[in-house]
Write a protein that binds this ligand. Sequence first.
Ligand SMILES: Nc1ncnc2c1ncn2[C@@H]1O[C@H](COP(=O)(O)OP(=O)(O)OP(=O)(O)O)[C@@H](O)[C@H]1O
Ligand SMILES: [Mg+2]
Length: 307
Amino acid sequence: MGGTSLTIGKGVGMLINSENHALPDGQDVPPKFTNWPAVGDRQQRCQIERDHVSAVLTIKPRGLSYLTTMKGTDAEMAQPIDILVQAVSLAKVYNGKTPVTALCDVSFTLHRGELAALLGKSGSGKSTLLNLLAGLDQPSSGSLMVGGQPLHSWNSGQMAAYRSNVVGVVFQSYNLIMQRTALQNVELPLVFAGCAPGVRQQRALAALDAVGLSPRAHHRPTELSGGEQQRVAIARALINQPQLLLADEPTGNLDSVTADEIMALLKNYCREQQTSALIVTHDEELARRFATRILRMHDGHLLEDAA
Ligand SMILES: Nc1ncnc2c1ncn2[C@@H]1O[C@H](COP(=O)(O)OP(=O)(O)OP(=O)(O)O)[C@@H](O)[C@H]1O
Ligand SMILES: [Mg+2]
């Protein structure tokens, strides 16, 4: 079976051996599957399948085989279709003169369509976590699956494709190109994606319009306020219709009315497009009003508020 890299949480897979087959000599159930519920009969199996089972490991006369409830049968893809991100025991140590442990044993999942707020003190590891999810850095250890794909073991080419096709990022410092207009900045991901000029301009204008900035489309970042630049960065992050939106304090420079509008826009966007978002904010109240979940970083550890 070509799927030893399958990583799936306890209880969301099941082991089937309805006919009590013995495994062929030399084969054993890999340790990572031994926690899965073993299911004997069909009725029990159907019940469990309804309860979000995503992958099934079946013992057959000739050995083990996978069946997943996801489209496609690649074992790498065997995670629930509604889960986009699955992080298990992520750690990040920056190895400078004095090593800094920025993330420690971070595990969480993000469902599609979910907008999670990430809170935490300065230096607690929020941007570090976003960088790993954005494919800009690699974890020191642990596994990070996005859409069933193992980001933690990708090469730089795969990472580049991921950044261009799957993820949209609003950086803490915006990272706009100062020599280009707002429109050209927003268009940029579509240029990399090989989109025709007419189409990309139309889409970029619509994205700027959505953040209330179409009248300033032809202005350069230096001619825009901090909050306006922030909104350009948001439009740029959404232009490629990312499956995963990562935003580092996207409302940090906005007044409270505009911050509310932007958060409402992002929330609607996530719901309609089934995009998952992880949004760093220091605004606890804003997080409570707009996020579907609240995650907190504390000294490199991730905790979740009770639902
Ligand atoms: N490149 C680096 N080299 C060494 N240490 C780093 C590096 N980047 C971040 N750190 C350290 O890792 C820790 C987490 O940093 P990170 O930027 O993730 O914090 P943060 O929660 O985003 O903080 P803030 O709210 O101030 O943006 C901090 O102690 C920081 O000093
Ligand atoms: Mg930060």
